[in-house]
Design a protein around this ligand. Structure first.
Ligand SMILES: [Zn+2]
Length: 403
């Protein structure tokens, strides 16, 4: 049951084409999730009239969203033509602003990356705006005939409604209005979101098969800090001005190995982030210089040493995993999701940390409450980039009238 808000009613009222719009999105999503699929199969599964499905498929083909891919096996009678999402056509530009590097990629409707480039992230907001505008400008001129939109993922609080960031702690940026600049200078639509929220959108639309049936879940992005994305009833809960999900700053533990980006010492991210793992690892060699000498220690290095059996590396990972599990237990107790999905470089050490996370989380959840599954993301090496692209792609598949 959802309350009807009169302020929003004008956009949600059922007009003569509302039913058609909903059916169109349903057919599009059948093609997205079940491809290769025939018109007859869609009609059978949706119980829509065969002629209605055919008319919608024609429209989706004309607008370049789906394509025919040849003939399927016959179950008696004429062999059906199979459908899938149109591939190879650029529709989305994703900008993944990571504290270390910024990636700009172009993808088709199925989320396949057609091209990408990255460059070091600067802490100068104006410089970054100019770089992003210039690179997107080049992409637009290269694909003149395509209707491109931009999705941007940032490691901070983003107000999606107004298209700007409120605050990015790593760079001390306030009110960065990149979407407005893209819109005014390049004439295309741009949307922005917090990186963990963008990952939540990506998991929702492009994540593992089992998540397709789940409508309430939490994503935990472990990077230099920790961000969370909360999905309620099939959509991301962003809170007032996009500030929801800042669980990275809930108090978990008292003697963190590194200070938090907020200045605190008790926060979840100062106990369980990549920085915390590195901090713990370095501290374990405090009195007798560590084997990596003066080189900068990174999480991939620690994971590789742990895989070779180095005790300090394994301990740093497992101790941080314990705190990750404690935080996750708190989220589960408070929000009762159906699943918790962890992403970030740390998932490469899943075989080393999984048992610790699961056992600590299990112990933290009251026995009679539901115990959801805790799993590693399947979005690949750069989930925040898939997140940025998903901000655009999800708009194509979601239904405005069904929200
Ligand atoms: Zn904090």
């Amino acid at each position: 049951m959802k309350r009807i808000y009169l302020q929003k009613a004008k956009n949600q009222i059922a007009r003569p084409n509302t039913i058609r719009d909903i059916n169109k999105q349903i057919v599009l999503n059948y093609v997205r999730e079940r491809a290769p699929i025939s018109r007859a199969e869609i009609a059978r599964e949706t119980e829509l009239q065969r002629s209605t499905v055919s008319a919608i498929v024609d429209e989706l083909q004309t607008t370049g969203l789906i394509e025919e891919i040849g003939i399927g096996d016959s179950t008696g009678g004429r062999k059906p033509t199979l459908l899938r999402l149109k591939t190879g056509n650029p529709v989305a530009i994703g900008v993944d602003l990571d504290p270390r590097k910024t990636t700009i990629a172009v993808a088709d409707l199925a989320g396949k990356v057609l091209e990408k480039e990255d460059f070091p992230t600067s802490h100068n907001a104006e410089f970054m705006s100019n770089q992003i505008l210039e690179k997107i400008g080049k992409i637009i001129s290269k694909y003149k005939d395509s209707e491109l939109e931009v999705g941007i993922s940032v490691p901070g609080i983003a107000d999606q409604v107004n298209g700007k960031t409120l605050y990015i702690p790593y760079f001390q940026w306030h009110d960065w209005d990149i979407c407005q600049q893209i819109n005014e200078k390049l004439g295309i639509y741009a949307t922005i979101d917090n990186d963990a929220n963008a990952i939540a959108v990506a998991e929702l639309w492009f994540g593992r098969e089992s998540i397709r049936k789940v409508s309430n879940f939490i994503t935990v992005l472990v990077s230099q800090g920790i961000g969370t994305g909360i999905v309620f009833e099939g959509q991301v809960y962003r809170g007032e001005k996009g500030a929801a999900g800042e669980f990275g700053h809930m108090i978990v533990g008292v003697e963190a190995p590194v200070p938090c980006s907020c200045g605190g010492n008790f926060c979840w991210e100062s106990n369980a982030s990549e920085s915390a793992i590195i901090g713990r690892y370095e501290k374990s060699f405090m009195n007798n210089g560590h084997p990596l000498g003066s080189s900068v220690v990174t999480l991939p290095m620690i994971i590789s040493l742990a895989e070779q059996g180095e005790k300090q590396a394994i301990d740093a990972l497992r101790e941080s995993a314990k705190f990750l599990g404690i935080g996750i237990a708190n989220l589960i107790v408070g929000l009762s999701p159906q699943a918790v999905i962890i992403s970030g470089n740390i998932t490469k050490a899943w075989h080393i940390i999984k048992d610790e996370i699961l056992s600590v989380a299990e112990r933290g959840i009251i026995r009679d409450l539901p115990h959801p599954s805790i799993m590693a993301s399947t979005l690949g090496d750069q989930p925040t980039l898939i997140g940025a692209l998903s901000l655009v792609l999800a708009r194509k598949f979601a239904s405005a009238t069904m929200s």
